[in-house]
Write a protein that binds this ligand. Structure first.
Ligand code: AHR
Length: 495
């Protein structure tokens, strides 16, 4: 058995979490929208064609914002195709995913869906084939009160009151050569700055996210980020980050993915601090980690020119859920710099929720870490002092025990603990700075088969299990964490 020690000090505050850290993403891609959230004629569809079984699962995840409509799709999308009477909307080629877009779902439908889901919209504007003018007109359509061409058209299309969309992404992954009308950093930086100016003139209350590198593997990272922040320092509020992980054949390296994500964030924070110094500025650039997940990108296959085909429908294992939990915890551990984070994506496409066309909706394994991080990860994130055995992985020296500590506003303490080792671990926890506590819950995701998955035939194969909490009132306690497990330990401060 391995042994570790955790010292959780109430005053070692990293930052209070922003609710937007618990956000997600829906792209017009594969079956995310069509037969995912929207399926008129489905037995569980409501009067708008929204699947109520999916809405129920989305609410269970406590999702804050949902980024929409892309993604790579965005860079060829004309938002004007998706408004007005459905019968008049054009069918278009989507050049990003080589599919057919029916445009039966657009911003008005997404606004209605968001209200039912209890989520807010993080809208994105096209910086590929789109122009800063189109971006400003979309802000006008969505947010301007009325009395102008675009705002009156919104009223005519059923939304008299402004949608008041506060958060806007200016383009998507514009550093990537795969992007429709990809730009270099100078061209994107200038275009994004001008779009931000127009958008904020239309609605000064909005916040905007500009594109950072689409991954730290890009040859232009972090030069791209430096230049984009330099061009937009006075006009943008957040820089985006994207990162996906897949198992490349070594489970331990895969489990240690949180080390890579942590170093990505630190490197970008250093780049942002450099730009601040260069600008003699006062503003710390904050980050919107608006795409993160496990994604088996190397297994994707083309589906040429079909309407809503099954694309990127990864079926996640227990191992994937453990890796995923480490990534989610890393975002919380950087709550001082990361203010927005979107699990990419939400339904069917690399998602925690999977649907059958005409059939049921299920929770994938990654559903559970997101759900509990989202429910109990809100509050003040604390910097734990951790003494843990370490191991060498492809990411360098890696702790076997990875921890996130959150002091809830209701005077609870929640510890998320990932044991990536292949042995059980005894952890001594010192919580004395809080006074006396009781332990209310120990939830654990583990199992003998790391490859176990939830399927439509066996949807509850992988679910968290409850472990008996430590009894009594205490200032210190010891818990046992099973090998290769993700744990949520919850405590209540008694006095
Ligand atoms: O989320 C899937 C894709 O990943 C998005 O469309 C793109 O932004 C990223 O490369």
């Amino acid at each position: 058995m391995k042994e570790a020690k955790l010292h959780i000090e109430k005053d070692f505050e990293i930052s209070h979490t922003d609710d937007r850290l618990f956000s997600s993403f829906l792209e017009h891609l594969g079956r995310a929208i069509y037969t995912g959230i929207y399926e008129p004629g489905h037995p569980e569809a409501d009067e708008d064609g929204f699947r109520t079984d999916v809405l129920k699962l989305v609410r269970e995840l406590h999702v804050d914002h949902v980024r929409y409509p892309g993604g790579n799709f965005l860079s060829g999308y004309d938002w004007k195709d998706g408004i007005g009477p459905k019968k008049d909307r054009p069918r278009r080629l989507d050049l990003a995913w080589k599919t057919i877009e029916s445009n039966q779902f657009g911003i008005d439908e997404f606004y209605d869906w968001s209200r039912k889901a209890g989520t807010k919209i993080m809208a994105s504007v096209n910086m590929g084939t789109g122009t800063p003018k189109d971006a400003g007109e979309m802000v006008e359509y969505c947010n301007f009160p009325g009395g102008t061409y675009w705002s009156d058209l919104r009223a005519k299309n059923g939304h008299k009151d402004p949608m008041n969309i506060h958060l806007w992404c200016i383009g998507n992954e514009m550093d990537g050569p795969w992007q429709i009308c990809h730009l270099d950093a100078d061209d994107y930086g200038k275009k994004a700055r001008e779009a931000a100016k127009i958008m904020k003139w239309v609605d000064p209350s909005i916040e905007v996210v500009v594109c950072g590198s689409s991954s730290r593997e890009m040859p232009t990272f972090p030069e791209w980020d430096r230049k984009v922040m330099e061009y937009t320092y006075e006009h943008a509020d957040y820089l985006s980050m994207h990162r996906y992980y897949e198992n490349q054949g070594n489970d331990l390296d895969f489990l240690a993915s949180f080390v890579d994500m942590d170093s990505f964030i630190r490197t970008l924070a250093a780049t942002a601090d450099y730009v601040k110094a260069e600008k003699r500025g006062k503003k710390d650039f904050k980050f919107s980690f608006d795409e993160w997940n496990v994604w088996y990108q190397s297994k994707d296959e083309p589906h040429d020119w079909m309407e809503a085909p099954s694309i990127l429908e990864d079926n996640y294992s227990l191992l994937d859920a453990l890796v995923f939990s480490g990534l989610g915890m890393t975002l919380l551990n950087h709550a001082d710099r990361i203010k927005i984070a979107c699990l990419a994506q939400l339904v069917n496409v690399i998602a925690p929720i999977s649907t059958q066309k005409g059939g049921i909706a299920i929770r994938q394994t990654i559903f559970y870490p997101f759900r509990y991080l989202s429910q109990y990860g809100r509050g003040t994130v604390l910097q734990p002092v951790v003494k843990t055995p370490k191991i060498e992985t492809k990411h360098g020296e890696t702790p076997l025990l990875y921890t996130t500590a959150v002091h809830g506003d209701d005077d609870t303490v929640t510890l998320f603990c990932l044991n990536i080792g292949d042995e059980e671990m005894k952890v001594d926890i010192d919580l004395a700075s809080f006074g006396s506590l009781t332990m209310t819950e120990h939830l654990c995701m583990d199992g003998d088969d790391l490859n176990a998955k939830n399927t439509f035939d066996n949807p509850n194969r992988v679910v968290p299990r409850e472990i008996a909490p430590v009894a009594g009132t205490f200032k210190t306690c010891s818990v046992l964490l099973p090998k290769q497990s993700w744990n949520m330990l919850r405590f209540k401060v008694e006095k």
